[in-house]
Write a protein that binds this ligand. Structure first.
Ligand SMILES: C[S@@+](CC[C@H](N)C(=O)[O-])C[C@H]1O[C@@H](n2cnc3c(N)ncnc32)[C@H](O)[C@@H]1O
Length: 198
């Protein structure tokens, strides 16, 4: 609520409609990322932001997209399954006004994260538990295939990593940092630098 009030946007879960809440039970309920933790996660990354695309799989009303816009990312993309949440995200992107904003190439796409074709550029992939086990397995396989075709630095920031076991067994993505609230994995091309715990 504080985030929405301060930034004149609508990213709270409190106003999600009942049909979308119900769909959330079968997919993954909408819950926006808490700002303090988001900035801790993003600031921990040892990257030149301007070289990286920020991708939020399961972007909901777009709060993580707006918070990422406060960093000079090359561009920012969110993929959201539920059309109503996607439309609110589009409106939020249009309305967002912040002196902190540094990236203006921000978009929300309505679609299934499992089918998302990763762009062949360095990326920060943000996951806040958007998918069940079989969906996340397919997303990891897509990332690995994309890295095989176009080797490049890719970081996966996994917030509340309930299904981390699926990433642990990846041969392409290795854990480089995190806390009990999130984990950071990186492709081999990222240089393997360990991120000191905050
Ligand atoms: C926990 S919320 C995270 C919201 C946002 N990433 C944030 O951090 O503020 C998870 C979101 O994933 C969406 N979702 C669930 N299954 C999905 C899928 N297959 N493809 C895309 N989005 C999905 C849900 O509708 C929900 O908005």
């Amino acid at each position: 609520m504080d985030y929405d009030w301060d930034n004149r946007v609508d990213t709270t879960s409190a106003t999600v409609s009942w049909p979308d809440r119900l769909r959330g039970v079968f997919n993954s309920p909408y819950q926006p990322t808490e700002p303090g933790l988001f900035h801790e996660m993003i600031r921990s990354l040892p990257i030149e932001f301007s070289e990286f695309t920020f991708i939020d799989l399961g972007s909901g009303k777009g709060r993580a997209l707006l918070m990422a816009a406060d960093y000079p990312f090359r561009r920012i993309v969110g993929i959201e399954l539920l059309p109503r949440l996607h439309r609110v995200a589009q409106e939020n992107i249009r309305e967002y006004r912040s002196e902190a904003q540094q990236c203006f190439a921000v978009e929300s796409v309505c679609g299934d994260a499992v089918d998302f074709a990763f762009p062949p550029e360095p990326a920060v992939l943000y996951l806040f538990n958007p998918l069940p086990e079989n969906g996340l397995e397919r997303v990891i396989a897509n990332v690995e295939l994309s890295l095989e075709k176009n080797p490049r630095p890719v970081y996966v920031v996994y917030h509340n990593p309930l299904l981390e076991a699926l990433l642990v067994r990846s041969a392409t993505l290795k854990k480089v940092g995190g806390t009990d609230q999130y984990s950071v994995y990186a492709s081999l091309e990222s240089g393997g630098h360990k991120i000191p715990a905050v």
